[in-house]
Write a new protein. Structure first.
Length: 236
């Protein structure tokens, strides 16, 4: 009897909490003058190279604000959201003074919605561009901050990391990666050009966030291959 009352009150608390969060998301959308809450059962009429996309689900606003506070992006930063959906993350970032925000989205319908949001966004301080392209064939050479909210499976993730890594050879720079709901975090951990800067979880969401920064390229390059995997420290 007591256990049942406890279970009922817990599920009621969860329902109240979920409703409050959903209301907050809708009100924030309204405040920003954008539409990012709707999800759809419609299968996108486009395919990706590796066929491993994760369907659209917008990241909670409170996780986005927390990420921006933590990263403290500057006017020199170019922020990518890889798998940007309807551009919620980019719209939040673009209210800061940055150099550029770029969204990568393979689904044409979501890309269209994202572009509409970019036009409608209130309080924008940074230009946003939406590229309707598969993440596995996108150009990442301009970025300094890359956000991903569990957008795809391991094969696409591997290709995206390889592309960002290759872009550092062409244009050496410090980059940061933020991975929300990091299902394939082991691939980042295996990359010798990245180091984990932090991993944050919260009581209010099951979505963990891991933060990564690039290791200085010249130092990595100068190391003989066998030393890279030894205990030689990496510098940032
Ligand atoms: C979990 S949702 C995240 C949406 C958005 N980042 C946000 O937080 O509001 C994942 C998004 O990645 C997109 N996506 C999946 N695979 C992709 C690929 N290979 N290239 C580009 N976008 C992809 C999906 O269409 C979806 O919009």
């Amino acid at each position: 009897m007591f256990a049942r009352i406890l279970r009922d009150s817990m599920s009621l608390t969860q329902r109240i909490f979920r409703t409050a969060r959903r209301t907050n998301e809708l009100l924030t959308d309204r405040w920003l003058n954008i539409h990012t809450c709707a999800t759809s059962d419609q299968v996108p009429d486009a395919e990706t190279t590796f066929g491993d996309p994760v369907e659209y689900d917008p990241l909670h606003y409170f996780l986005i604000w927390r990420c921006i506070r933590k990263l403290q992006p500057t006017p020199n930063d170019v922020v990518f959201d890889i798998g940007c959906g309807s551009a919620r993350i980019l719209c939040a970032f673009a209210r800061q003074k940055l150099r550029h925000c770029i969204g990568i989205e393979y689904d044409p319908t979501l890309s269209k919605l994202a572009r509409r949001n970019v036009i409608r966004l209130r309080g924008v301080k940074t230009p946003i561009e939406i590229r309707n392209v598969d993440a596995a064939s996108a150009d990442y050479s301009q970025g300094t901050i890359y956000c991903m909210y569990n957008p795809f499976g391991r094969d696409t993730m591997r290709e995206v990391l390889a592309r960002i890594r290759a872009s550092l050879d062409v244009r050496p720079r410090r980059v940061q990666l933020v991975y929300f709901s990091p299902w394939h975090e082991d691939l980042l951990a295996d990359a010798d050009w990245l180091r984990c800067a932090d991993r944050v979880s919260t009581r209010f969401s099951r979505i963990d966030t891991s933060y990564w920064v690039s290791v200085q390229q010249t130092l990595v390059k100068r190391c003989p291959h066998d030393l890279r995997h030894s205990s030689v420290p990496k510098f940032v």
